[in-house]
Write a protein that binds this ligand. Sequence first.
Ligand code: NDP
Length: 249
Amino acid sequence: MLPDLPLPLLVQFILCPLVLLSLLFVTAPYGRHFQPGWGPSLPNRMAWVIMELPALLTIAVLTLATSAGQSPVAWVPLLFWCGHYSYRTFVFPAMMRPSEKTFPAQLVLFAIAFNLLNGWNNSAALLENAESGMPLLTPHFLLGAALFLAGFVMHVHSDAIIRNLRQPGESEYRVPMGGMFRWVGSPNYLGEIIMWSGWAVMTWSLAGLAFALFTFCNLAPRAVSNHRWYRQTFPNYPLGRKILIPGIF
Ligand code: NDP
């Protein structure tokens, strides 16, 4: 029996194990894992802007266009979301130092579709919270907001360490050091997973849970592939560095 969820949310939950299983067998072919043979490609910067803009706009438009969306219970969490997606859509692509490798259009299309679905589901959750009359400053909001901010800081700091491995115009790969890289190979992904787990707690919603779960299912297999790639590429890669969770995995 399928749980009694709205169809778009059910689809998002069903996507999680499917994405996890697929990515355990096939590494998404972009960046260091780029492979020819995946059809037409886009330049990296353009791909990031096109993919992530729907994530920024969908939830903002759907939420703010309603009267429930005028409640702080809806727009305060929305500010956190938009803060992250403004970084991902505009700041990250503007500052990145990508190689010549390109981004398969298929992945861009999948990401756009996912971002529309995810924006729809999470906007519905914000509006439902606002309409329920719950206060803004609940314990779960405060805990979730703290987690979100901690994850965001880890994420942005780790992205900056990676970016600074290259001078503008360079394209070679180096071993990232310092920050959370002391403990794990993909702290930018860990920060993202913590951030969306914080969102799930902050909004106390199944849509938030579906997004946190999806983020894990999407990024954990890639962290495994990155770890394997670093070990094969750099003989001096730190032996004790874990994949994603300090001291554990
Ligand atoms: P990476 O860190 O692998 O790549 C980001 C940029 O850094 C690329 O330009 C890449 O270059 C460069 N780079 C990476 N490693 C090195 C290195 N060792 N030496 C020099 N340059 C390097 O991240 P992703 O591209 O996988 O993801 C980017 C961001 O998007 C991450 O912060 C991630 O958390 C987020 N993300 C979130 C998802 C979600 O589900 N919420 C899904 C996917 C990503 P090049 O292009 O040449 O490889």
